[in-house]
Design a protein around this ligand. Sequence first.
Ligand code: PAF
Length: 283
Amino acid sequence: MRTVHKLKELRTILHNFREQGKRIGLVPTMGNLHDGHIALVQRALEAADVVVTSIFVNPMQFGAHEDLDSYPRTLKADQERLEQAGNTLVFAPPVSEIYPEGLANQTQVVVPGVSEGHCGAGRPGHFEGVATVVTMLFNMVQPDIAVFGEKDFQQLAVIRKLTRDLCLPVEIIGAPTVRDEDGLALSSRNGYLSSEERQHASALYRVLRDTAERLQESHPKQLAELEQAACGQLQASGFRPEYVNIVNSLTLKPALASDSDLTILAAAFLGSTRLIDNISISR
Ligand code: PAF
C-alpha cells in the first residue's frame, strides 16, 4: 500500500488506475483510525476496485477553542491498519497542499438548510469547513463512490446535499455506526475520556434507545417533552447535554406529526469531551 502526500502524485497514480478501468472509492478521514473507519474502508472495497483513504486533520472545520492542536495524529499506526484492511492508497497531504493560500483566502462551500441547527448551531463554521474539504477531496480523487459514517448523521446529510446541488458525479454511501460492546459509538474523541468517564459514556446510546422506544408509542405533540426527558436522563448520568433533537431524517427539520422517518440527534459533553450519536426510526 502506498502513501502519497502531494496532489500531483495522487493524480498520476489515479490516472493510471482509471486507464485500467478501475472503479475508485474514497474514504475521507482525519486519521487516528479505529474499527469504525476500517468498516468504512471495507464497505468501500465492496463497491470499488481501488480505495483511497485520505488522512487530513482539516483546520477549517475546527472552531477557535476546539481541539485542532491536540487532535491525535497517528499516521504510522493508521497506515498499518489500512494495509491490513486491504486499502489501496493513502493520501496524507500537509495543510499547505490543501490550503496553499491559507485558510483566510480559501473559497468555501456553504450548504444551506441541513448545516443549520444541531451541531451547526454549537460549532459555527464547522460544516462549511467539512463541505469545503470534502468537495476538494472529491475533485482531487474524482471517486466513483465515497463512504461516510452514519454516526456523523448531520455531516452525511450535508455531504449528500452538496453532492446533489453541485452535480458531483460521486455516489455517497452511508455506513452504519460501529459500537463498543456497551453501545458507545466508536469515535476518535473517545480517547479523550478518563476511565471513569468511559464507564459513564455508554449512557448516551442508552438514553437514545430509550427515547426511540418512547417515540414509537408517543403522540407527535409530545416530541418536545421527549427531548427534555432525554436531556434530563443525560444530566442524571453525568453528561452536560448540548442538544437532543427529534428531526425528520431527510430534512433534519423538527419532526412533524406526518413524518414517518425520524432521527433522534444528540450531542453532550462528558467532562470536556463532546460526544455525538443518533438513532433513526420509522413509524
Ligand atoms: O468525519 C470526518 O472525519 C471529517 O469530518 C471528514 C469527513 C474527513 C472531513 O474532514
